[in-house]
Ligand binder design. Structure first.
Ligand code: SAM
Length: 284
């Protein structure tokens, strides 16, 4: 199914969703184990060991081959659930990378680097020369595992893994002159921080007309504050920001947004828990 979304902003988006046939086809057949959604119980290190302890000839095939690294992580995920974007949402985001062709993409929440490897590959393929993915993860163990997979995939030149909280890291990178503009932002971290971090990016003038913001799992467990902010007319935003003396964020930004139904890595079509939101700030 091909679906068009959010076309009244600066850019039109064609979002492609896997059909039933594609989801059951070879390349997308890997489904994650539904049973336990536990994280941080040692499974992330197990995933690292699983990949790096493959027989040498198999590991060699993965070297400098990002999509094979993603396949290997998926292989592990079929026995123990990993909380990554998975194939279907991954495909959705990579199609946006192809549309936006970002010079700078920021990912908030790397986990063990599945999405960092996948998106890094497409940022290098479709972005301009020197394009970067900055992937921020606050759990040092997960960040270190991400770094190991990025190195294995041969993406060290494209992907900067930053270990630290999203808000502090965005501010620090900006202050250090390492982040002055964001073309595509993928928020997949702590939901209450989606709005905080978007507003910070506005305040720091990192968001610009044409920036695409994708927020994962926006409806369930829910992020009404974020959705409300995206949809509020600028006059109301100005009124609220004056009222609250809220100096974070910039009420002059205006977003078009669209909800997207996606499929969980488990293969289950969970309508409400896997929606993404895409916003385009307009010039003012
Ligand atoms: C759903 S996982 C990310 C999955 C990853 N994007 C992927 O698809 O492979 C969410 C991650 O966000 C991280 N996280 C939570 N709060 C964070 C914060 N404030 N800053 C950065 N990372 C955070 C968690 O440690 C976790 O690894």
């Amino acid at each position: 199914m091909i679906v068009s979304g959010a076309v009244s902003g600066h850019m039109s988006v064609i979002l492609h969703f896997p059909s039933e046939m594609e989801t059951n086809g070879n390349s997308l057949s890997t489904s994650y184990h539904e049973v336990s959604r536990q994280i941080d119980d040692g499974r992330e290190i197990d995933a690292l060991r699983y990949v790096f302890e493959l027989p040498p000839e198999e590991l060699d095939i993965l070297r400098n081959n990002p999509l094979k690294v993603v396949d290997a992580i998926d292989e592990f995920g079929t026995s123990k659930f990993l909380q990554n974007v998975g194939r279907h949402k991954g495909q959705l985001v990579t199609e946006q990378i192809r549309n936006v062709q970002p010079g700078t993409m920021v990912e908030l929440g790397s986990y063990i680097g599945y999405s960092s490897v996948l998106f890094g590959y497409y940022v290098r393929a479709y972005g301009p020369k020197g394009a970067k993915l900055i992937s921020i993860e606050h759990n040092p163990l997960f960040g270190a595992i991400t770094m190991a997979f990025i190195e294995l995939a041969g993406l060290k030149d494209t992907v900067d893994v930053i270990i630290g909280g999203s808000t502090e890291s965005i501010r620090r990178l900006h202050d250090q002159g390492r982040l002055d503009s964001i073309d595509l932002m993928f928020m997949d971290h702590l939901r209450p921080l989606f709005l905080t971090d978007l507003k910070l990016a506005e305040t720091l003038r990192l968001i610009h007309p044409g920036t695409l913001v994708i927020a994962n799992k926006i409806l369930k467990p829910g992020n009404q504050a974020y959705l409300r902010y995206l949809r509020l007319p600028t006059e109301e935003k100005q009124y609220e920001s004056d009222l609250k003396k809220d100096r974070i964020g910039d009420w002059r930004y205006c977003y078009d947004s669209t909800m997207i139904e996606t499929i969980e890595p488990t293969g289950t079509k969970v309508r409400s828990s896997s929606l993404a939101c895409v916003g385009f700030p307009r010039p003012y």
